[in-house]
Design a protein. Structure first.
Lengths: 251, 287
């Protein structure tokens, strides 16, 4: 398999109930009265793409274009309704920094938990612990509960764990916009280090600046379809022109 | 750049390598989920530790509470039931406590699976985690509590001069059978409560009623013959006996009782697992 990620005609469609029903009682009553209605929503519509190992690809588009959904399909959170996704290599999703952090637990305990969330065994995380803490520059605070950390501190720790797992494919969803400038630079350096070693990146972002700096290729999604998939300068320019003319665009 | 993860740890190779995900070639869900549960066993361990630590972090009594709670409960109920019901159960504290520990293991685990389902599902919607990990963690937490609550039981046995039977060695088998049943019920509950939040409160009421339908505070012999059918239809009736016999009667439960319990529990676990696995893909769309 020469590709890191292959998407063959990916369709993701789901049913949204017209009214949210949270209780079994209500659901049962409505079911009997035949009053449960759904709308079909197509979040991704026939996505085809092939990403080679070592490629740095950005996914851009307006809110609700399906960018995050696409990342979730690749990270196997959402199985596609139709089509086929093939991912070869170890995936590290940096979807939300600090997901699963618990305020009452210490930094060290949270690192163990985060590592486990990425599918590591306890022995593996313990081996990496010191290096993670050192990179995050949190040696002094590592045994304090994480609720005492600043946002920047916990972001640093989360990023350190997520990138230390040495993944083959990194899925990044706007995660790098946290922390101070020094931390941002540090993140950038680490990403570059990973890139040099042939890691594949898939970055979802609104910030065209970040995209231009980090990615060679860009996929533009709109309403769950690929509008354009080409080199970054071409696509970002086209997207920029389009959003200028598009009055309800937020990008 | 310092502390870069240059070296691939030797153990990485064993970490499910080569990693390949092909959405068109997935194994049947019940096998896939089991494979992932094994791969994510480290997370089960971490979640159990997290729950214990979080529970005790800010409380003074901490771990002692786990032992103190059934002890106080037992004292209160012993007083009430021996005074009001005037039951003729020899060494009632030991009888009651053995049953109570058994029941707590079941009810705490299943309630935990139900109450944590929504939060767990939210997490699994954002990053890939096999959802059965959360059910396994609930069972693991219950097992830890069960182990701890055996200490006050031994204390009571010592105080009351009750014999500590050699048949205690059978207890792991009883715990194993109870665990199959508990895990099965937890899988059902996790799935249903993820979809419908109100089932959680409904279950609390059910578990309360179920407790009194199971001979834990009373002896099954006081149940009139014409109501015995309610006992026979209650799986917990068999399980509590398997658990209590080696502690209270100093006897290994008869083979027929063990086999019925084992068969019943295994069936509940298998059907719970299949029910759960058939819905894991859909859970990503449940709120």
């Amino acid at each position: 398999m020469s590709e890191a990620i292959r998407l063959d005609g990916i369709v993701l469609r789901y049913r949204i109930p017209r009214e949210r029903i949270f209780s079994l009682k209500e659901y049962a009553i409505r079911r009997i009265q035949r009053r449960v209605f759904y709308d079909d929503f197509t979040a991704l519509n026939n996505i085809n793409a092939s990403i080679a190992p070592g490629e740095r690809v950005a996914v851009i588009g307006r809110n609700g274009a399906g960018k995050s959904t696409l990342l979730r399909v690749i990270s196997r959170v959402l199985p596609p309704t139709q089509g086929r996704v093939v991912v070869s290599g170890r995936v590290a999703p940096i979807l939300e920094l600090g997901l699963g952090f618990h305020g009452e637990l210490t930094g060290r305990e949270n690192v163990m938990l985060q590592g486990a969330l990425l599918g590591f065994t306890r022995a593996e995380i313990r081996k990496r612990l010191d290096r993670i803490v050192e990179w995050a520059e949190l040696e002094e605070f590592i045994d304090a509960p994480i609720r005492t950390y600043s946002t920047g501190m916990s972001a640093r720790l989360a990023f350190a764990v997520a990138t230390d797992v040495d993944p083959d494919i990194l899925l990044i969803d706007e995660a790098m916009s946290v922390g101070d400038e020094k931390f941002q630079r540090k993140c950038h350096d680490r990403m570059e280090g990973l890139q040099k070693r042939g890691k594949t990146f898939l970055l979802v972002s609104h910030a065209l600046k970040t995209v231009r700096e980090n990615c060679d290729r860009t996929i533009w999604l709109h309403h769950g379809r690929v509008v354009c998939d080409a080199d970054t300068p071409t696509v970002t320019e086209a997207y920029h022109q389009w959003s200028l003319g598009d009055t309800d665009s937020v990008a | 750049m310092s502390a870069e993860p240059e070296d691939r740890l030797a153990s990485d190779a064993g970490h499910g390598a080569p990693v390949l995900y092909d959405s068109s070639r997935r194994t049947p869900r019940w096998i896939e989920e089991a494979t992932f549960l094994w791969r994510y066993r480290g997370l089960v361990h971490e979640l159990v530790i997290r729950d214990i630590k979080v529970r005790y972090k800010r409380s003074v009594l901490g771990m002692i509470w786990t032992m103190l709670a059934p002890l106080l409960n037992m004292i209160a109920l012993t007083l009430v039931f021996s005074a009001i019901l005037k039951q003729a159960i020899e060494n009632y504290p030991v009888y009651f406590m053995a049953g109570q520990i058994f029941w707590n293991y079941f009810s705490q685990t299943t309630s935990a699976a139900a109450s944590q389902s929504q939060g767990s599902n939210d997490m699994a919607k954002r990053t890939f985690i096999p959802r059965s990990v959360f059910v396994a963690a609930a069972v693991g937490g219950g097992l830890v509590n069960l182990g701890l609550s055996l200490i006050p039981l031994v204390v009571i046995i010592a105080i009351t001069g009750f014999p500590l039977y050699a048949t205690w060695v059978f207890l792991p088998v009883a715990v194993f059978i109870t665990t199959l049943f508990t895990a099965g019920v937890s899988l059902f509950l996790f799935t249903v409560t993820t979809r419908f939040a109100d089932v959680r409160e409904m279950y609390n009421v059910i578990v309360q009623t179920w407790f009194f339908l199971t001979p834990i505070v009373y002896h099954p012999s006081i149940v009139p013959l014409r109501y015995r059918i309610a006992l026979w239809l209650n799986p917990m009736y068999y399980l509590v006996q398997v658990f209590r016999k080696p502690i209270y009667d100093g006897a290994i439960p008869q083979a027929s009782l063990v086999l019925v319990s084992l068969g019943l529990s295994a069936a509940v676990l298998v059907s719970g697992w299949i029910y759960f696995c058939r819905r894991t893909d859909r859970m990503a769309y449940w709120s």
